[in-house]
Design a protein around this ligand. Structure first.
Ligand code: PHE
Length: 339
């Protein structure tokens, strides 16, 4: 009989449960009214006197062990449930949040904005659907001016006065109309041109244009500012200005930066010349100032404009401009480590 009780004690000690129902069944089996323990207690009167002491002790041990088992299992299951709460199991390891990366266009744009903001330029923006005045006429490109063909334009159907801006010089006109000099502003944004799409050119791309209008602004100021920019942007301070033509600036120039010919990539990028064309610039044409109600006798200014996409392609050695608008995660992922 005593051996039977000892077997039960071993069984109770080994018992485990994963649900409250299992614990309850176990409790009824041992501690319930018609349970194993009560059966042993009922047996007590039949036990010979000299065994009563040992028997009593064994049954008590079994009772204690069973009670403790029930208590600890209940507590453990309750603890688990609280941890789950409304959020599920809080003790599970977290799921990693994938880190994003900035688009190469944003990287270059932010760097340009940051460099010019250090010398007092603010950022201005304007609409992508523009009227003829802001895109052409105010910029010294009256109707039938042949230079309108320099930038093939998307017109909005049914309204020949509306178009997708071909450059962000539009924002400079808007800025001059609404602000008095001194003006120092840069205008980043997307522009559209009706061009065949290829690895080198797209029907939409991005520009940053800059404008500085004040008393006594000279061509030397322009060159200094651009030199500061190329030094900060590319770490290259040698630039040259080649005479060029834009209807809204006079005189006008193309800006080349000396990249060097140290590596094979330098050769490829500069087609063996060492020079890289990066932007157009010039002194704001007096007609443009007049169109914006600024007296060209009192004020002068310079303007410049560059393509962000082209610079992004150069800096990151991207072989095809279309990659910038395809949103291929495998491509974009590679810019994770670039700030
Ligand atoms: N707006 C010109 C372009 O899109 C660039 C430019 C801006 C040139 C300002 C001179 C001055 O090509």
């Amino acid at each position: 009989m005593i051996q039977k009780i000892k077997d039960h004690i071993a069984k109770v000690e080994a018992f485990t449960a994963t649900s409250k129902e299992e614990v309850e069944q176990f409790r009824i089996q041992y501690l319930g009214k018609k349970g194993i323990l009560n059966n042993f207690f009922a047996e007590f009167k039949n036990v010979p006197n000299e065994q009563k002491k040992d028997f009593g002790q064994a049954v008590n041990t079994l009772k204690q062990t069973a009670q403790e088992k029930v208590d600890t299992l209940k507590q453990a299951l309750e603890d688990k449930e609280t941890a789950k709460g409304v959020y599920g199991d809080l003790s599970r390891p977290g799921e990693p949040i994938p880190l994003g990366s900035r688009h190469p266009i944003s990287l270059v744009r932010n760097k340009i904005v940051e460099i010019f903001s250090r010398i007092g330029f603010n950022v201005s923006e304007g609409p992508e659907i523009e009227d003829d005045w802001h895109n052409f006429t105010a910029l010294n490109l009256p109707e039938y001016h042949p230079a309108r063909d320099m930038q093939d334009t998307f017109f909005v159907q049914k309204d020949p006065d509306l178009l997708l801006r071909t450059h962000t010089s539009t924002v400079q006109v808007r800025y001059m109309e609404n602000n008095k000099p001194p003006i120092r502003t840069i205008s980043p944004g997307r522009v559209y041109r009706n061009e065949a799409i290829s690895a080198r050119s797209h029907c939409f791309f991005h520009q940053v244009e800059g404008l500085y209008v004040d008393k006594g602004v000279s061509f030397a100021d322009l060159k200094q500012t651009l030199q500061y920019f190329t030094t900060e942007m590319f770490g290259k301070s040698k630039i040259r200005l080649r005479p060029s033509y834009f209807p809204f600036t006079e005189p006008s120039a193309e800006v080349d930066v000396y990249w060097g010919l140290e590596t094979e990539t330098d050769y490829k990028m500069t087609k063996g010349t060492g020079w890289l064309e990066i932007m157009g610039c010039g002194m704001v044409d007096p007609n443009v100032l007049k169109n914006c109600d600024i007296d060209p006798e009192e004020y002068s200014g310079f303007a410049f404009g560059m393509g962000i996409d082209r610079i992004a392609l150069l800096l990151h050695q991207i072989p095809d401009i279309r990659m910038l608008s395809e949103n291929d995660i495998r491509f974009l992922d590679q810019f994770k480590s670039v700030l």
